[in-house]
Design a protein around this ligand. Structure first.
Ligand SMILES: [Zn+2]
Length: 226
């Protein structure tokens, strides 16, 4: 709480450690930037891909950073989500886009689809971080962002359920919004992947509309699967 207030009062502060930034430095101080554990591989199998093996038929899955508890990335993701400033998510989306563009085989995409946030949560936070990450990537790759998925109201809390139950339930949390994605190449985007169950169910719902290809992009990927 204190952390996010501080960022609003002093916007020119490092989003991970809160230290004052020199004018030429944006969002991250040099020290934090050097600490970011890069996850994206220039070529070959991406570290995020095995998470979805046997669960979802993908053309590729990309994450930009590794995420561990207490790390610079965790602090950065916290500010990005709760800091009240969508420009932070947009900035890191652009960084991700720049790296995706430099891959030996960059993903060929028509539409970027963000994982939707519950409308109540979105009103409270002021924005959906996944949408702004998507916008950042989209500007670099010169493609459109489309809200092809929407949330469905649900009563049961997901946190009290085990992994299988959660997977079943989360499938009912989302639906296709009616935007035409048939025959399109999609990049489904979220901020952080832990178990992959959200992206798994969102991806399977998008597949019902028979897109030509489905890719997944997450800004950060948890090192431990639980
Ligand atoms: Zn810093």
């Amino acid at each position: 709480m204190f952390q996010s207030i501080k960022h609003i009062v002093f916007p020119h502060a490092c989003v991970a450690c809160g230290s004052r930034l020199p004018n030429e430095q944006h969002y991250l101080c040099l020290r934090c930037e050097l600490q970011l554990p890069q996850a994206l591989m220039p070529t070959g199998i991406q570290p995020l891909e095995p998470v979805f093996w046997g669960r979802l038929l993908l053309q590729g899955a990309f994450s930009n950073y590794h995420f561990t508890r207490g790390s610079t990335v965790q602090k950065m993701m916290h500010t990005l989500k709760y800091g009240g400033d969508p420009r932070v998510a947009y900035h890191f989306g652009r960084q991700f886009g720049l790296r995706l563009k430099k891959l030996a085989e960059p993903p060929l995409i028509d539409i970027i689809v963000p994982v939707p946030l519950h409308p109540k949560k979105e009103r409270k936070r002021g924005y959906n971080q996944a949408t702004w990450i998507a916008k950042g990537i989209a500007d670099i790759l010169e493609v459109d962002v489309q809200q092809a998925l929407e949330r469905v109201e649900h009563k049961k809390s997901l946190t009290t359920l085990n992994r299988i139950e959660r997977w079943k339930q989360s499938g009912e949390l989302y639906r296709n919004s009616g935007i035409d994605i048939t025959g399109k190449r999609l990049l489904l985007v979220d901020d952080v992947v832990t178990t992959g169950s959200t992206l798994d169910s969102c991806g399977n719902i998008l597949m019902e509309k028979e897109p030509q290809a489905l890719y997944i992009g997450a800004l950060a990927q948890a090192m431990k699967r639980y």
